[in-house]
Design a protein around this ligand. Structure first.
Ligand SMILES: *Cc1c(COP(=O)(O)O)cnc(C)c1O
Length: 367
């Protein structure tokens, strides 16, 4: 199958097979030392004091919101333009989503969109780092914190990207990553939380292990254990952590590959007047998507798919989904861009030649 026929895919380096084999041979599949090694390696890479590894990006958001004190009765501002998991995590925490608009140029909810959506009931804001782009809410950070509003970033797309001079996750907000199959860094399946302080980290660590306070080695020598707060089965398996530990050192090559791929698309799309490229700020980002806005998107999508080009749509808006209808509000900008957005095949197995194939197919389709 041609590389450009997949919208996204994981790449492995063989060493994962050995690492996973070792975990399986040892017979310790649950949370353990390898998971904790992965946590320390990611924290060191990001320049963050701590990282809590969990079973998915969705779980990272759910646990991070709860550990930050968000729950029933609270309102959480979130862009409608995101993967449904962001909203499901808010709902799972017991809070209610309040949908916000995005800036069509970046597909991100910036400071202006946050301030338009916020109400006295708002207790958290969840910016989504669409395509890998950091969302600087610095100008309103003080105001949010005066209002008692916590920022929990959905950085599922943005592993490795920079916020100012530091990596996303090292800039002070609670940050959630996904290490799912097609993300910038993969564990096969997994997620990570950067907490703001040791207390928040402790709450997240207990919650991911169904609320239990003691470590596995302590429980093994005891006839009881203690459960103080609600919990979920949300730990990261050592099988997944072992994959992540092999992938992480390779990220130094993934980072320039993904930037170069995005820049190739930007150059090749330059002479397609009808196509608007969604800007990821490639200088500071490790791109996760190459999103464009095109006229007559549904026809273009179908024609490209027939030509076996792996186009996608990120995302159908959440405020129009049946599951979230109780929180519906009209969002004209989001509704407009949602009809135009299409993502081009994007993964670090693609070559310049693949980009040329995709862009010339797009050119012919638009003619
Ligand atoms: C992938 C993704 C998630 C969820 O991560 P999982 O690891 O799949 O649970 C959340 N938000 C966004 C924007 C994502 O792309």
């Amino acid at each position: 199958m041609a590389a450009f026929s997949r919208n996204a895919k994981p790449i492995h380096y063989e060493a994962e097979l050995v690492a996973v084999g070792e975990v399986m041979a040892a017979g310790q599949y649950g949370h353990g030392d390898i998971t904790e090694r992965f946590e320390r390696a990611v924290a060191e890479f990001l320049g963050a004091p701590d990282v809590v590894a969990v079973s998915s990006g969705t779980m990272a958001l759910h646990i991070a919101l709860t550990a930050a004190g968000i729950g029933p009765g609270d309102e959480v501002v979130v862009p409608s333009m995101t993967f449904c998991a962001t909203v499901q995590a808010i709902v799972a925490s017991g809070a209610r989503p309040r949908f916000a608009e995005v800036d069509p140029a970046t597909m991100c909810m910036g400071a202006a969109q946050v301030m338009d959506a916020i109400t006295p009931a708002t207790r958290a804001v969840v910016p989504v780092l669409y395509g890998g782009r950091a969302v600087p809410l610095d100008t309103i950070f003080q105001e949010l914190s005066d209002r008692g509003v916590v920022v929990v970033e959905d950085a599922a797309h943005a592993f490795g990207s920079f916020h100012g001079g530091v990596r996303v996750g090292a800039a002070g907000a609670v940050t959630c990553f996904s290490f799912g199959p097609i993300k910038n860094l993969t564990c096969g399946q997994g997620g990570g939380i950067v907490p703001r302080n040791p207390e928040e980290a402790g709450r997240a660590r207990r919650m991911r292990l169904v609320g239990m306070v003691e470590r596995a080695d302590q429980r093994a020598n005891s006839t009881s254990y203690r459960v103080e707060r609600p919990g979920v089965r949300g730990h990261m398996s050592q099988i997944n952590a072992a994959i992540g530990l092999v992938q992480l050192p390779r990220f130094t090559t993934v980072e320039p590959q993904r930037k170069a791929l995005w820049r190739s698309y930007a150059a090749a799309l330059n002479d397609l007047a009808e196509v608007v490229l969604v800007d990821v700020d490639v200088e500071h980002s490790v791109p996760s998507l190459c999103a464009v806005r095109v006229p007559d998107r549904d026809r273009v999508f179908e024609t490209m798919r027939k030509r076996r080009i792996g186009v996608g749509v990120h995302y159908p808006p959440n405020h129009l989904q049946p599951a979230f209808s109780s929180w519906y509000c009209a969002l004209p900008v989001t509704e407009q861009v949602a009809e135009e957005v299409m993502t081009l095949p994007f993964h670090h197995d693609m070559t310049e030649q693949d980009v040329r194939v995709v862009v010339s197919a797009l050119k012919e389709t638009l003619r």
